[in-house]
Design a protein around this ligand. Sequence first.
Ligand SMILES: [Zn+2]
Ligand SMILES: [Zn+2]
Length: 236
Amino acid sequence: MNFLEELLDLVFVPRCLECGAKLGEDRRACLCGRCWASIRLIKPPACVSCGKQLMSDLEPLCGDCLEATHIFTDNRSAAVYEGVMRNAIHLFKYKDKRKLGRYFGEMSVQALLSTGGLSGIECVIPVPIYRKKRRDFNQSEVLARLIGEAFGLPVHSNLLVRTRDTRPQHELSRGERRQNVSGAFFLKNGQELDSRSVLLVDDIFTTGATANECAGAILSGSGAKLVRVFTLARGE
Ligand SMILES: [Zn+2]
Ligand SMILES: [Zn+2]
């Protein structure tokens, strides 16, 4: 290739936003197949309560869950929140790479199917964003819709409301996380969830503070039977 060809190639050939390789047929939106394949999916054994990847199956619970109780019934996650996964979620949420949503949806459905499916669940609720914020894109709602479609469940995205702005949980310490989301959610029209079993959907599970707050708001604001949680990625 001469210089001009190299230059044109550099400017116009779509490249992986993670590693810079040319994107081929195995691409997943803006990521190459190799980077996507490096995402660490959560495989058994995982904590039966919070979905954290465990190294051995001697104990059903992780160290955190031995000490803490959760308001939600359990959490399942598709992948470990690290490396390519962390960057891909960032691209999806903040860099307008919305085509990743489809692949995250497929990953989520696979993870749910391989961990017992959604039997007994009657509706899906995404963790809401703060509506007055300029960003109008709710990544959790995209996931909730894809999951709802795959499992034939209704998605309620207007019942649970975030009443104030909060900082991203993964930027905070454990103590700050609980405080950050304390009282930040409110359930409207709770009668719609009467005696329902709900799946709450979010993108990242760190300590479970957000899932607990949302489950608390749902259960105290309605006669819902239980809240299970699904998150795309689980912190280590
Ligand atoms: Zn790549
Ligand atoms: Zn756990």
